[in-house]
Design a protein around this ligand. Sequence first.
Ligand SMILES: NC(=O)c1ccc[n+]([C@@H]2O[C@H](COP(=O)([O-])OP(=O)(O)OC[C@H]3O[C@@H](n4cnc5c(N)ncnc54)[C@H](O)[C@@H]3O)[C@@H](O)[C@H]2O)c1
Length: 308
Amino acid sequence: MGELDGKVAVVTGAGRGLGRAHAIELAKQGAKVVVNDLGVAADGSGRDESAGQGVVDEIKSAGGEAVAHFGDVADWEQSKSMITTAVETFGDFNILVSNAGFCRDKMIFAMEEDQFDSVLRVHLKGHFCGIRHAAEYFRNKGKAEGQVYGRILSTASEAAFFADPGQPNYSAAKAGIIAITGGAATALAKYGVTANTFMPRARTAMTMVGQTAQFFAKPDEGFDMFAPENVSPFVAWLASPSAQNVSGNVFIVWGKDITVMEPPRHGVTSHASDEDAGWTFEDVKAQMTKVFEGKVPVKDSFIPPPVF
Ligand SMILES: NC(=O)c1ccc[n+]([C@@H]2O[C@H](COP(=O)([O-])OP(=O)(O)OC[C@H]3O[C@@H](n4cnc5c(N)ncnc54)[C@H](O)[C@@H]3O)[C@@H](O)[C@H]2O)c1
């Protein structure tokens, strides 16, 4: 018996990398899995169905149940058909792991419009479409049955917080994903559906490029810190009944660590000196000068230093 016996999951971008590892782990815990993957390269180019089909075959040969879905996560109808495929093939839909995406990195002063649009589309709209259709399914079911078993798991990145200068498109998309998922957590709480975001680190086609490849390289011996499989037990737990009281959270997950992010909190609040007239330029200048005295631009801002 697995904790996910009888549950039906959709994992997007599950043909390789982190998505593949999540699909295999969910199946190992008993879930029936829709393996979605468009089969594109790390920069979003090309198309190949063999990776997604390979994961389906892998799950089936290990005794699990899976079906392939080759749609584009950011296409409204194709995204909806991931849920329909789950229901038509396995009789229900319970778990959405949004994971698909690609990168087109450039510094802010060199980024082209299509590099911004395409990365926002695949990550932010890709998450929005999946969550939107999943939410409609859960809400309809919740209205008919009261509580439903529903889990929404979104994949962001630490780039959302750590202001990566070479990923204005990707970091914006990932920050938006945290916002959409948090809103879904609030909207669906009354039906018992949970929604959380996690930020992984792993050696995949996405990270084995340029200078980062060295950082993520497989060690010659010892624990393989950046194996994608290190992240997936957490994903399966978040999808399981054991995590019923976990919603609206953001996590960092990699290697041997799971970190719960603290919610953003208000810092110093200044009040206008003249309560009747409100702020004047002079008053703002005097008070803000005091607040920022001795601070170093960017370094002492709300953005923590990059971790790698
Ligand atoms: N690898 C890391 O360290 C890391 C860090 C932070 C966040 N992430 C996030 O994790 C997720 C998985 O990334 P990965 O590292 O496994 O990359 P990956 O390139 O190995 O896998 C991405 C998969 O998404 C699929 N895909 C791309 N566009 C698609 C579309 N429109 N529809 C359906 N499938 C599509 C690709 O075919 C590919 O199989 C991404 O959202 C990524 O941003 C990864």
